[in-house]
Design a protein around this ligand. Structure first.
Ligand code: FES
Length: 188
């Protein structure tokens, strides 16, 4: 099974000194518009966007390079968001779980967009007390169910980012998003 580790990243690092994942993260923030403004002018508070503007901001991501088994971290309204290209095995693992057994019953299909069920978009915010779970970056602990793991108090999420073990009460939140092309998604 492919992992978030990808030799292409290593090649990119060798060629350009910047890992490909880093590039994706940077590109994602830059296209967020409002997020870019904050990054460029962190100390000019009077120029910061109003809460209304921030609440309406969107994050556009080009996932052309996101291969099965890889994840990227981006930023949406100043919070982490994880985008994962699920492998067939990860999708099968999610679909094999009896939904009624889940603490927060949801199918993978209910957490993704028709025609793009292999792309899982969730907020990187644990539903227990708000820590950022591990599992989206290269080499991170994905927990006992192969999804995400929050080490703060030991919450384990599965490959559909549904809570399976630990104190978190809910699945990782799926934000509003849409595909504007086969390889472009807009969150918000
Ligand atoms: S904040 Fe994630 S387990 Fe407590």
């Amino acid at each position: 099974m492919a992992t978030t580790t990808d030799t292409a990243f290593t090649d990119a690092a060798a060629e350009g000194g910047v890992r490909r994942r880093d590039f994706i993260e940077i590109a994602a923030v830059a296209t967020a518009g409002v997020g870019g403004l904050i990054a460029v002018l962190p100390l000019v508070s009077q120029m910061a966007p109003s809460k209304d503007v921030l609440a309406e901001s969107t994050t556009e991501l080009d996932i052309t390079s996101l291969e099965a088994g890889q994840s990227i971290k981006a930023v949406f309204r100043k919070q982490p968001v994880f985008v994962r290209h699920l492998t067939p095995a990860e999708m099968q693992a999610a679909d094999a779980v009896p939904v009624d057994d889940l603490r927060d019953p949801q199918t993978l299909a209910e957490r993704t967009i028709v025609g793009h069920e292999n792309i899982l978009v969730v907020m990187g915010v644990c539903t227990h007390l708000g820590c950022v779970p591990l599992g989206a970056a290269e080499g991170e602990n994905k927990g006992e169910f192969g999804g995400y793991f929050c080490p703060c108090h030991g919450s384990h999420y599965d490959t559909a980012a549904r809570i399976r073990k630990g104190p978190a009460p809910k699945n990782l939140e799926v934000p509003a998003y849409e595909f504007t092309s086969d390889t472009t998604l807009v969150i918000g």
